[in-house]
Design a protein around this ligand. Structure first.
Ligand SMILES: *Cc1c(COP(=O)(O)O)cnc(C)c1O
Length: 392
């Protein structure tokens, strides 16, 4: 029996990525230039977005997206507590505050009914809500038609945290292109990777211009080009105190190769998820994610039903580790982290659905580099643990 440890996540990188990096290294130009531009064009074409802007992380992209919408001190941005730190910290970067809306009971996504209540209450209290920031958790966009309709009705923007959701094709288009701005992550564990990196997509020329200026020191080259007949390459104008969020060509070259393999990776993740779903279907101590249309399967969010088991979720994770299976928990909800708890005085049950889901959830490995043997070992480990720990 193979007892090598199966990590929770591992990127799939091969010869093509190596050659792409070498090509850039040997070119003598390793920071942002033609590779980043080509990656943007290819990515925009892939998802069908008029504009795509490469950045050095999704966190940077979310920050730039909200900045472009004019989010500032005193504003609120509606988002979910059931997410990674990045989603809400970018709201704080701008001096605004997150307005957390709980997820749907028994689910993982922000509850559109809760968003509507929050928007109505904010209107009554004259609180300024600038945007709704839903998270396509695990790679699944849900409730977007309702969220977009609410946003239009209340005159706020929609920024999609699509860090998990490339490539998730919904009936309305790719997740990330459904709202006003979408942001993807190419962090090492995500569905395609550049090591660190992200992409902002939008259909607004104005937003694209602002993001493009703010991601590189607030420099607007067109300001000079407008006044000079000759486009002197040393001239530039700083029009804002911008950021340093550009994606280097070294990363972009990897991204271009990964983009070309995205469909193949997705097919393999989908096949793994379907094997899990079939294998666990009749185990009453497990709750399974839905095989919904367009699911990108970045995460396989399994939930254990502790009332049916003699072991807790935490013990389940420990025992899987002993059996050589790496897992993770997505997510420890933000409202129980010290920063948010202190700043807003939150209690765990202020967002009961988020808290309850967090207590039951385990993310199983689901990545294209898994072998058939790895998948079988994960299935056997989960079933043998669950069956032997089942209350009778
Ligand atoms: C990973 C992640 C991010 C941040 O992505 P980076 O590219 O690492 O900045 C944002 N939101 C969610 C939900 C994530 O999981």
């Amino acid at each position: 029996m193979n007892t090598d440890f199966i990590p929770f996540a591992r990127p799939e990188l091969g010869r093509e990525e190596e050659e792409a990096v070498l090509r850039v290294l040997r070119s003598g130009w390793i920071t942002t230039a033609s590779e980043a531009k080509a990656f943007e064009e290819e990515f925009a074409r892939y998802v069908g977005a008029p504009y795509a802007l490469a950045v050095n992380s999704a966190t940077a992209g979310l920050h730039l997206g909200l900045e472009a919408l004019g989010v500032g001190p005193g504003d609120r941005v509606i988002t979910t507590p059931y997410t990674f730190a990045a989603t809400a910290e970018v709201i704080r970067y701008l001096g605004a505050d997150p307005l957390f809306v709980d997820i749907e009971p028994g689910g993982f996504h922000i509850d559109p009914g809760g968003i509507e209540k929050a928007l109505e209450q904010a209107r009554a209290e004259k609180t300024k809500i600038k945007a709704i920031l839903p998270v396509h958790i695990g790679g699944e966009a849900r409730g977007m038609d309702k969220i977009i309709a609410l946003a239009r009705g209340f005159g706020v923007s929609v920024v999609e945290d699509a860090a998990h959701a490339f490539p998730s094709l919904t009936r309305e288009g790719y997740a990330g292109t459904l709202g006003d701005i979408g942001v993807y992550s190419f962090y090492a564990t995500k569905t395609i990777t550049t090591g660190e990196g992200g992409m902002v997509v939008t259909s607004s020329a104005e937003t694209a211009k602002r993001v493009s200026i703010m991601r590189l020191h607030g420099i607007d080259r067109e300001v000079w080009n407008r006044y000079t007949a000759k486009d002197a390459s040393w001239r530039y104008a700083v029009v804002e105190a911008g950021f340093k969020y550009n994606m280097p060509d070294l990363a972009a070259a990897i991204g271009r190769v990964q983009l070309g393999r995205a469909r193949e990776f997705l097919d393999r993740r989908k096949a793994i998820a379907r094997r899990y779903l079939a294998a666990f279907a009749d185990r009453d101590y497990l709750s399974l994610p839905e095989d919904s249309e367009g699911h990108a399967w970045h995460l396989f969010l399994l939930r254990v039903n502790e009332e049916k088991l003699r072991i807790t979720r935490d013990e389940f994770i420990d025992r899987l580790r002993e059996k050589g299976i790496g897992t993770s928990v997505h997510f420890i909800p933000l409202h129980i982290h010290p920063y948010y708890e202190k700043r807003y005085g939150f209690k765990p049950m202020d967002f009961p659905a988020a808290f309850r889901t967090y207590r039951r959830v385990i993310s199983l490995p689901v990545y294209s580099a898994m072998s058939a043997g790895d998948i079988g070992r994960v299935i056997d480990a989960v079933i043998s643990l669950g069956d032997s720990g089942r209350r009778t």
